[in-house]
Design a binder for this molecule. Structure first.
Ligand code: AMP
Length: 649
């Protein structure tokens, strides 16, 4: 049962063990179920590229649990406080269920998946009631463990610790032959042990052994008796195109841990990974791997109109460091402060996606228009940074001033006029039906230049230079900052485009901002792993005139889970608990006593905090217990850094 698998996955934190558990389960699944199983394991109802989201808030879940188990909402809330996780609350109530469960259905994977899909598709009048009915019907039929995971799946937090890498490795292991070479190598020292091990592990399997290994397998009559063993040379193994497909011929391949063995393994993992980069849908990948093997996976390609995960940037310490990583010569480009857009053009149809794969085509009719006219290709996928500018002065605006365009649902045309954006293109992933992610950046960029008809303030190519000189790159960096950009990007000319990876093919270089000393004025009681601890600390700076504390952000990063590793949540909790002034649900107000040094990516203007600013990605540098709260940095310093970080202010 899937819930048993979830329980096992949750119990272990070892990645290899998780892969073993999941791959065994995948192997045992019917091809009818596999799609839904993989989606549920990855905590999704629809594939990753899809826009759809379940949209059930915790409060609705509280109601649904109350309804399903005949409890009051206050009861549910109380248990929630205690256990820190609504999944555990449902499981707890399921164990002590008062009501007879007349309406119990067998909870199959399909039924759960179908019900979750129905939740997603509900809109409009009475949708809340219908959602409640669906969830409580699921819970009525669920056993204890199923209740835990149904609830968590719906609120989007499964807590089984299965990331994409584990899913990829499990698919590889489930549907392609296991390759054992590590064990063999280890056992090489002791022949007797090695043979015992093999006799132990393999039984009734179809095993392909590389001839190069045969010498270690002398005296293995029993091994051959118990299994069907074939010997082939490494050369011959390479020639059999789908030898690793389980449904083909062999269950296990034994090769030595040489370059051959390592290549074999990375080749297989690479094929699965590659297929997923193009499709963004592990559920589909699993089904194809199961039914068609490698040949099926190799056919999967990028589809224009379906978003692809973007390649992410690493940080470089400076120009020299950047050259060390991406090589010489390298391309440098302005790093614009806007948001990344992936433009998919198919004939006259344009689709725009953000880096989170959200479709934002409707919000940007102006970009759709310029892309139609200015990108001269029948079909292509290109990427760029959309940046807002002041229509009077033409100067770039910080990201925040255009961010509202991303969410806007009404008066879109009017907003487009008020807040115009220019798209700075810098990469291309596909051209006229051909996927070009494997071509070197230099070539992709040249192709891009050929198909773009630039229009000032609408569609342009990101400003770039190619150089091998530190001085030239430094000047370009200064020039970019002087124009109000965030910094520059350094890109390897020979590198492919790696969707979704933070590989060092593309680096960002930007000024480091001073840290701030702030105090903590609030916190939240944590959930799940953080139950029992105060977390998410509200940070504040000082008002220099009144001495009052003004909020500026929330801190949750850089704090350790275990005290041995540094200042931990437990350490903070012990200290902060003494200073709680008031409580509201999980929220507490804290009288300012502790000073923390905080680093951040940027200071933004914000109406969410009383200082009028917000820190982007704040993280703890160190607890400044030697500092008095009066030494907390004040608003003047915050405003000063804010002004410094952009050279156009
Ligand atoms: P960061 O978000 O700080 O990790 O920086 C990487 C982001 O910078 C990318 O995801 C883009 O949205 C943005 N960016 C701005 N200009 C460029 C450029 N010329 N090339 C690549 N990314 C850029």
């Amino acid at each position: 049962m899937l819930s048993d698998v979830f329980l096992k996955l949750e119990k272990t934190s070892e990645r290899l063990k998780k892969t073993e558990i999941l791959s065994e389960f995948l192997e045992s699944c019917d091809s009818d179920d596999i799609y839904a199983v993989v989606l549920l394991v990855s905590g999704r109802v629809f594939p990753q590229w899809s826009q759809k989201d379940i949209g059930v808030a915790s409060m609705l879940m509280v109601k649904a649990i109350a309804k399903a188990y005949g409890r009051s909402e206050a009861d549910v809330e109380k248990q929630w406080q205690r256990l820190g996780d609504l999944g555990l609350v449902a499981e707890d109530f399921s164990k002590t269920r008062k009501q007879a469960t007349l309406f119990k259905k067998l909870l199959t994977v399909k039924l759960v998946h179908e019900s979750l899909k129905n939740l997603v598709n509900l809109e409009g009048m009475k949708s809340q009631d219908k959602k409640l009915a669906i969830i409580s019907s699921l819970l009525t039929s669920a056993n204890d463990a199923q209740a835990r995971y149904v609830v968590r799946a719906i609120i989007g937090d499964l807590r089984i610790g299965v990331a994409d890498g584990v899913i990829r490795d499990s698919i590889t292991r489930a549907y392609f032959s296991e390759i054992f070479w590590k064990d063999l190598l280890k056992l090489k020292i002791n022949k007797k042990k090695r043979i015992e091990h093999m006799l132990d592990v393999y039984n009734n399997k179809r095993i392909l052994v590389s001839l190069e290994l045969k010498e270690y397998l002398s005296d293995v009559e029993k091994f051959e008796e118990k299994n069907t063993v074939t010997y082939l040379s490494e050369n011959e193994i390479t020639k059999i195109a789908d030898f690793w497909k389980k449904t083909a011929k062999y269950d296990v391949i034994l090769v030595n841990e040489t370059d051959f063995g390592n290549n074999l393994k990375s080749k297989i993992t690479g094929i699965v990974e590659r297929a997923n980069e193009a499709a963004n849908d592990f559920a589909m990948i699993a089904k194809i791997a199961m039914e068609e093997g490698v040949k099926g996976l190799e056919k999967i390609d990028i589809t224009v109109g379906r978003p692809i995960k973007v390649m992410l940037a690493q940080k470089a310490k400076g120009i020299k460091d950047a050259f060390d990583i991406v090589g010489k010569p390298a391309a440098f480009e302005y790093k614009y402060d806007g948001f990344r857009l992936q433009v998919h053009k198919n004939g006259n149809e344009i689709n725009l996606f953000t880096r989170r794969l959200e479709n934002v085509t409707k919000q940007f009719p102006d970009i759709v228009d310029v892309a139609k006219k200015g990108i001269i290709a029948n079909s292509c996928i290109v990427e760029g940074e959309a940046v807002g500018y002041d229509k009077n002065t033409g100067r770039y605006l910080p990201f925040q001033q255009i961010s509202r365009r991303i969410r806007r649902k009404y008066d879109i045309g009017e907003l487009a006029k008020q807040v115009p954006v220019v798209l700075n293109l810098f990469d291309m992933l596909s051209l006229n039906g051909k996927t070009i992610v494997d071509e070197p950046f230099e070539k992709r960029r040249d192709n891009l230049k050929k198909i773009v008809k630039e229009t000032p303030q609408k569609l342009i190519l990101a400003k770039d230079i190619i150089t091998d000189l530190v001085d030239v790159a430094e000047d370009f960096y200064k020039e970019s900052l002087a124009k109000g950009n965030e910094g520059i990007m350094a890109k390897s000319l020979s590198a492919p485009y790696k969707p979704g990876s933070r590989v060092g093919h593309m680096l960002k270089i930007k000024p480091v901002l001073e840290t701030l000393d702030l105090t903590i004025v609030g916190a939240l009681w944590g959930e799940g792993k953080r139950a029992g601890w105060l977390s998410s600390y509200t940070l504040a700076c000082r008002d220099p005139d009144t001495g009052e504390f003004l909020t500026i952000g929330k801190l949750g990063t850089g704090i350790k889970e275990k005290s041995e590793e540094g200042t931990s949540f437990a350490d903070f909790t012990k200290e902060l608990e003494k200073h709680i002034i008031s409580k509201k649900g999980k929220e507490v107000d804290i009288s300012p006593t502790i000073v923390v040094e905080v680093a951040y990516e940027e200071i933004q203007k914000s109406t969410n905090y009383s200082s009028g600013f917000a820190l982007r990605f704040p993280r703890l540098v160190v607890l400044r217990d030697e500092k008095a709260v009066e030494e907390t940095d004040d608003l003047n310093k915050v405003s000063y850094i804010f002004a410094q970080q952009r050279h156009n202010n």
